[in-house]
Design a protein around this ligand. Sequence first.
Ligand SMILES: NC(=O)c1ccc[n+]([C@@H]2O[C@H](COP(=O)([O-])OP(=O)(O)OC[C@H]3O[C@@H](n4cnc5c(N)ncnc54)[C@H](O)[C@@H]3O)[C@@H](O)[C@H]2O)c1
Length: 318
Amino acid sequence: MSTASYKIGVIGAGVMGERMMNALRTHQTFRIAAISDVSAERAQEAAKLSGDVPWYTDHREMLDAEELDAVYLAVPPKFHHGIALDILARKKHLLCEKPLANTLGEAEEMLQAAREAGVVHAMNFPTYYQAIFPELKRRLEDLGTIRRIDILTHFHVWPRPWQQTPWLSGREQGGFIREVLPHYTHLTYALFGDLEVVRSEVDYPADPEACETGVSALLRLADGTPVTINGLAGIAHQEHLDYRIYGTEGTLSLQNWTNLHVGGNNEPVVQVDIPLIDRLSHLLDEFARAIRGEEARLVTFETGVKLQKVLEELLGNH
Ligand SMILES: NC(=O)c1ccc[n+]([C@@H]2O[C@H](COP(=O)([O-])OP(=O)(O)OC[C@H]3O[C@@H](n4cnc5c(N)ncnc54)[C@H](O)[C@@H]3O)[C@@H](O)[C@H]2O)c1
């Protein structure tokens, strides 16, 4: 294996940026070379934790001053498009946070720009890099014919207590439909292929600036298998996420990201212990492989555009 090291710039040092930087700081191939955040305090703090690398409050200054191989972009969704185009104009490999953009048109432009730049483009869907993903795939074979997939996302409060940033509570770019559901539409796409929205009803509060409080939707896989979405925020129950696949022979239920429960029909449902792996390092390994020109397992902007279409249809923006 090559020992090349790649210089990566980070744009956005918030909750997710910090998580990814933790993985980058110990990664064998990537080296954080510079950090940019509109908040000088965050940029400076993150730069200090990354070996006193240069920091910026304007990403264009960073892109012009630093010799980077790649950029990781982790700013709120409505800023993905503009910043991504700046990165791609400089032909840097790009790892972008989900959702790809804030509209379908923006996502399509980002894909086009990435193709024209001829760089590696990838997105961060952690479950795809967890040991749970191959386990789910393997166990699908025991389920028989798939009858239905149910996606349940319930939140006691939204945004969650650990994510109290104003953009997440706003209608423009926040809400759990944008923030959480793409993980499950991606999981469904990765396991079963294309899906389309048949209907979606979104509950909005009276405040026109506030994000949704509920969604109830029906989607279908290409073979017609129904996929339901039941999302609610502001309820008595604590956060509960459940991704269920019902087959003619049994059921799989992935709860709260990593707890897998399985059962054959007429058998008790049991929890299966699956070792957790460092999913962000795993993604970075694949990203590095693609940069070296090797075969890699990435979620590209092509998939990001497909998921953006589903997202906009769920939100009723079409
Ligand atoms: N893949 C995942 O599991 C996962 C998890 C959480 C968040 N996310 C995604 O990551 C992105 C960031 O979310 P977050 O929770 O870290 O948000 P956050 O609000 O905690 O952090 C965003 C950071 O971006 C900075 N910022 C805003 N505009 C900027 C700009 N123009 N240039 C540079 N910096 C800018 C802010 O100052 C802040 O530090 C979102 O797209 C979100 O959906 C992904």
